[in-house]
Design a protein around this ligand. Structure first.
Ligand code: UD1
Ligand code: CA
Length: 446
């Protein structure tokens, strides 16, 4: 049997934040989400989350997981005290308890599998992940005897200067035999610099404690402050960009761009500086994106250009040009060979093939056919103060500069609307419409 407990009750004092530490995010995913996602494949019998500081916020953020049990730790008297709270939940439980720190987000599932395997094969009371760090400051130090058994872990702030020179650190990821652990949990004392009950003190109380050193120390990096948060972000970003460069994506200035792990790219994609991908994006071959674009939860087909533009929850067809300075908002579908130009906003609209909306327009709640030309400054007036209404324009129509289309409205195909018209009636196919007051021209007499 395997139970997994994640420590997530601490305040994260060193973050200097109102948000609980485990809800801070890395490449768009919270720390706790990341920790949880590396436990999915281990097929645990139980997953318990120890919450305390802003427990409701942490629980709320994890609603999507159905199998979690939340255990309240109140007050938060240290990591050992946190695990003591599991006793009622795990009464009678036999097997391994895997304890994960909620603030160690880069951990890999494969490492946890190896830890579990090593633990079982060595018949240990506890096995925990360790690493040899060049700068071990802040971490608990691991002390072993000649046979390699761990004697104790001493927290950085409780170490003597001599002990602090030891660079073998505790990663805060443990596999315990639950029955042996529960026998020593009530022996913990708070005689330390923080007056807390330390989970690390159980190590010297257990019969057979081993450490399991990870190959890549970055994997077990703990986040206590915002500098460490940014170091982890950089690590993720560098890894993602190298991966995609290996698959045929060019970054002109990689440092200034950011990616999400759920984004996918084709080949010969060129990403210019200051361009960011968030959520789940699918980018086709030959796209040329940026500088200065932000693409969120969107699908771009092949050879799309997007300069200085925002594309959010939209789908963009082949050979389409977006921007500079366009804003494509959710539920928009832009068909191939079309052009959305300077200072144009599109919301919840379908734009047909070859249609051009080149300058200074707002198109919302609309369905536009093929080969339409939307003149500069055309606005769909979709909101009557209470409700939103649709605009429909059929193939090959043209709107003049500064047209206002008052929705609900249907403009037929091959229609021409004169510049400056405010149109509020449906227009049949193949017609010309001009709505404009008569110009008054008088010769000046003085
Ligand atoms: C802890 C370890 C340290 C290790 C380091 C690895 C202890 C005493 N020390 O130190 O040996 O090198 O992690 O990153 O365990 N938490 C609770 N309840 C509490 C206190 C903390 O749930 O009462 C949670 C926090 O939310 C956090 C985790 O436990 O997710 C670790 O707490 P933190 O205070 O960051 O421990 P460290 O000082 O980093
Ligand atoms: Ca920590």
């Amino acid at each position: 049997m395997l139970a997994i407990a994640i420590l997530a009750a601490g305040k994260g004092t060193r973050m200097k934040s109102d948000l609980p530490k485990v809800l801070h995010s890395l490449a768009g995913k919270s720390l706790i989400d990341r920790v949880l996602s590396c436990t999915q494949g281990l097929k645990p019998n139980r997953r318990l989350i120890i919450v305390g500081h802003h427990a409701n916020l942490v629980e709320e953020s994890l609603k999507k997981y159905r199998d979690l049990d939340f255990v309240l730790q109140e007050p938060q008297n240290g990591t050992g005290h946190a695990i003591q709270q599991l006793r009622p939940q795990l009464k009678g439980f036999k097997g391994e308890l895997l304890v994960l720190n909620g603030d160690v987000p880069l951990l890999k599932e494969a490492t946890l599998s190896s830890l579990l395997k090593f633990h079982k094969e060595s018949n240990a009371s506890v096995t925990f992940l360790s690493a040899s760090l060049n700068s071990p400051t802040g971490y608990g130090r691991v002390f072993t005897d000649k046979s390699g058994l761990v004697k104790e872990i001493i927290e950085d702030r409780d170490c003597t200067n001599e002990q602090r020179k030891n660079n073998l650190i505790n990663a805060g990821i443990y596999c315990f035999d639950w029955q042996q652990l529960s026998d020593v949990l009530n022996l913990l004392s708070n005689q330390n610099s923080q007056n807390e009950l330390y989970l690390t003190d159980t190590i010297s109380l257990l019969k057979k404690a081993f450490h399991f050193e990870v190959d890549n120390p970055f994997e077990i990096k703990g986040i206590n402050d915002r500098v460490q948060l940014s170091e982890c972000e950089r690590y993720i970003q560098e890894r993602l960009k190298s991966f995609w460069m290996g698959k045929g994506v060019s970054f002109v200035d990689p440092i200034s761009c950011s990616l999400s792990e759920d984004s996918n790219f084709g080949t010969d994609v060129i990403i210019e500086p200051q361009t960011h991908f968030r959520g789940k994006c699918t980018i086709g071959n030959g796209c040329h994106l940026g500088p200065g674009s932000v693409i969120t939860n969107s699908t771009l087909a092949e050879n799309v250009l997007a300069i200085h533009s925002f594309i959010n929850e939209a789908s963009i067809g082949n050979d389409t040009s977006i921007g500079p300075f366009a804003h494509i908002r959710p539920e928009s579908n832009i068909s191939k060979n079309s052009k959305i130009g300077n200072f144009v906003e599109i919301k919840k609209s379908f734009i047909g093939e070859g249609t051009k909306i080149n300058h200074l327009s707002y198109v919302g709640d609309s369905t536009l056919g093929k080969n339409i030309n939307i003149g500069a400054g055309t606005i769909t007036a979709n909101f009557d103060g209470k409700n939103k209404h649709r605009t429909i324009i059929d193939d090959s129509s043209k709107t003049g500069a500064n047209s206002v289309l008052v929705a609900p409205i249907k403009i037929g195909s091959h229609v021409t609307i004169g510049a400056g018209s405010t149109v509020s009636k449906d227009i049949p196919d193949k017609s010309l419409v001009v709505e404009r007051s008569k110009a008054i021209i008088r010769t000046k007499t003085d």
